[in-house]
Write a protein of this length. Structure first.
Length: 240
């Protein structure tokens, strides 16, 4: 367990990945399990420490996968690597300057902000169901649309499609429905979780939305704990 301030170099070492394919999930939660603040946004419960790790995880990813509902709620646009050191890291590793943003949608409904072309930002991919693929292809072009299921977007097919594009380091930032589906499919290799030392009370979304069963949805083993300004940065790996 590390405590206090953590340098960028130390974070890069703590979250380093190998050359093979990897699926990471990154979320923030309060002590009483809330994944968002009272405004329904995760941004209202995050912190400078959480943002520091958030930026590092994105810098180590080829693609960031996010559900369309979270894209709309959190106001996502195309992704940019703004920190000069992280940009240099990506270039030294032979990656594009910015991660690809992959939006998961079964309905085909996407906000205009994420569709807008942004000079100097990362590319956009849409992971969709067959039922809406024709319309999306007409709007975005065939190269931007990956069909990953008939009526729903299947996790394994989505990852196969991303890997076929050379996008092996996969990071998902939610939302809870997407993470629940990916955990049920058994495709999540790591869960990176920021635990904020606040209690909100009331009810609200958790990091996972999935049907409950008689056993654990997934099991993980603790890899590390970093304490930064009172926040706990937890890295778990899927139990073997």
């Amino acid at each position: 367990m590390s405590t206090g301030q953590v340098s960028l170099e130390e974070l890069l070492r703590q979250y380093a990945v190998g050359p093979g394919p990897l699926v990471r999930a990154n979320f923030v939660t309060t002590l009483d399990g809330h994944a968002t603040g009272g405004d329904g946004l995760s941004g209202s419960i995050n912190s400078a420490a959480d943002k520091q790790v958030f930026d590092v995880l994105r810098a180590l990813a080829d693609v960031v996968v996010v559900g369309a509902g979270t894209i709309r709620a959190e106001g996502y646009g195309r992704l940019r690597t703004q920190d000069p050191e992280l940009l240099r890291l990506r270039r030294d590793a032979g990656r594009s300057d910015h991660p690809v943003l992959a939006v998961v949608t079964a309905s085909g409904e996407l906000p205009e902000k994420v569709l807008a072309q942004e000079p100097g930002a990362g590319d956009l991919l849409v992971l969709c169901a067959e039922a809406v693929a024709a319309d999306l292809t007409e709007r975005l072009g065939a190269e931007a649309v990956l069909v990953c299921g008939d009526d729903v977007v299947e996790a394994t097919r989505a990852l196969e499609a991303l890997h076929a594009r050379g996008l092996n380091q996969v990071l998902t930032e939610g939302g809870p429905h997407l993470l629940g589906g990916w955990l049920q499919a058994g495709v999540v290799d790591e869960l990176c979780l920021t635990l904020r030392p606040v209690v909100l009370g009331g009810t609200g979304p958790r990091i996972v939305e999935a049907a409950s069963g008689t056993g654990a949805l997934a099991r993980f083993e603790l890899h590390h704990v970093l304490e930064i300004d009172g926040d706990l940065m937890l890295r778990y790996v899927a139990a073997s």
